[in-house]
Design a protein around this ligand. Structure first.
Ligand SMILES: Cc1cc2nc3c(=O)[nH]c(=O)nc-3n(C[C@H](O)[C@H](O)[C@H](O)COP(=O)(O)OP(=O)(O)OC[C@H]3O[C@@H](n4cnc5c(N)ncnc54)[C@H](O)[C@@H]3O)c2cc1C
Length: 358
């Protein structure tokens, strides 16, 4: 009899786990989306029509033996997984890989790909007609989106507002200074230590001119705005004994072997984990390697592997040829290197390979 594994969530971590377990376990990957969405490239997909279609990879190319169930886990407890369809899975192992939500356009809220593409195209049209764009949030998403907009429409006014007094907390000054220098060169206005005194009159991504005061003094006028903050882990389905691992912020406590405490057959990885490290596809991939090795060790015997959280790292493009990268091992890398790492191709080749897309 083969070991059964239910992987809940087919994002960066879940697809890697499912693919690697496929040859030695019976895998069911549960995912409500029609296609894998390459969210790392979502902001390029908004501004560049050629990239809109490239964000979507059919799950049919992922697994040879296992199956992908287009469904959603509504309750996961120590005994198994209940799906929105009513089906109950009782696998030998469960891997929780449900990631996090983030406001559009960084993450795409529709599960069917035709509606998702239609929303991206409609928002691009609104954006194309807007002269002044306001981005609320100067984190990686706000900064990357500003760079993408300027790369396609250099004449637009792009303003970023954030109540924090500095961008990219937790990264070294040298990295922040390089990003700020490039933002200046691109003419992107960065208003820090301040926030809007009135809520925008329009929905995010819908063109409608408005003016708001700023808490730090002055005002800002925009034709369109986007919310670039507010990620939240998807873990509301944790039930029974598993609910104890869910922290107040929605993240899930894990052991160094990436299991829920006291739950030898339930693993968790990626954005949902309460580990002190960046919430990155790269990190979800590292977690996936440990989870696969540990499930294999539990099936075949052998030592369990542990995961040690890494230091801060980021590759932050500002358009296809700008931006900067930081990791402790390499320090600050320049725009040309950042373009090679991410900006020029948005890391698509890895997913072309994973999903068997020519
Ligand atoms: C704009 C943007 C740019 C980024 N750029 C980079 C980058 O350059 N490099 C990098 O390393 N990281 C980057 N990231 C971060 C990266 O996308 C996340 O860290 C990564 O997606 C986390 O992977 P994950 O597997 O934990 O979750 P996700 O990739 O979020 O996947 C979770 C999946 O679970 C599904 N799901 C949710 N709830 C349920 C449920 N109840 N039942 C079943 N399925 C469910 C979701 O539909 C989703 O498909 C970027 C993120 C954004 C938004």
């Amino acid at each position: 009899m083969t070991t059964t594994v239910a992987v809940i969530g087919g994002g960066y971590g879940g697809t890697t786990v499912a693919k690697e377990l496929d040859s030695f376990a019976d895998v069911v990957l549960v995912e409500p989306r029609e296609d894998f969405v390459h969210h790392v490239a979502a902001l390029r997909g908004l501004v560049d029509p050629e990239w809109t279609d490239r964000l979507f990879y059919p799950y049919s190319g992922l697994l040879e033996r296992g199956r992908v169930l287009r469904d959603r886990a509504v309750s996961v407890d120590q005994g198994g997984v209940t799906l929105a369809s009513g089906e109950r899975l009782v696998p030998d192992f469960v891997v929780l890989a449900t990631g996090s939500a983030y406001p559009f356009p960084a993450k795409i809220d529709f599960h069917d790909s035709a509606s998702a593409k239609a929303k991206i195209r409609a928002t691009r049209e609104e954006l194309a007609g807007a002269e002044k764009v306001l981005l609320l949030g100067a984190g990686p998403v706000g900064l990357e989106l500003a760079g993408e907009i300027k790369a396609v429409w250099p004449e637009k006014t792009v303003t970023i507002v954030d109540p924090a007094t500095e961008i990219l907390a937790g990264f070294p000054d040298e990295f922040r200074a390089e990003i700020r220098r490039q933002l200046d060169d691109l003419g992107i206005e960065l208003l820090l230590g301040t926030s809007l005194t009135e809520a925008p009159v329009s929905e995010p991504g819908q063109a409608k001119t408005f003016t708001s005061g700023l808490s730090g003094g002055g005002e800002v006028t925009a034709d369109l705005w986007f919310q670039c903050y507010g990620g939240a882990p998807h873990t509301a389905y944790l039930d029974g004994e598993l609910a104890a691992a869910r922290q107040a912020n929605g993240q899930v406590e894990v052991t160094s072997e990436l299991r829920l405490p006291g739950q030898p057959r339930v693993f968790a990885l990626g954005d949902i984990t309460a580990l002190p490290e960046g919430k990155l596809a790269k990190v979800a991939g590292d977690h996936a390697e440990v989870v696969v090795a540990n499930i294999r060790a539990l099936i075949e015997g052998g030592e369990l592997r542990t995961h040690t959280p890494g230091g801060p790292m980021i590759s932050l493009p500002l358009g296809p040829s700008g931006g900067a990268t930081y990791a402790e091992e390499v320090g600050v890398l320049d725009a040309a290197t950042t373009s090679e790492i991410k900006g020029a191709h948005m890391m698509a080749s890895r997913y072309d390979e994973l999903f068997n897309v020519a």
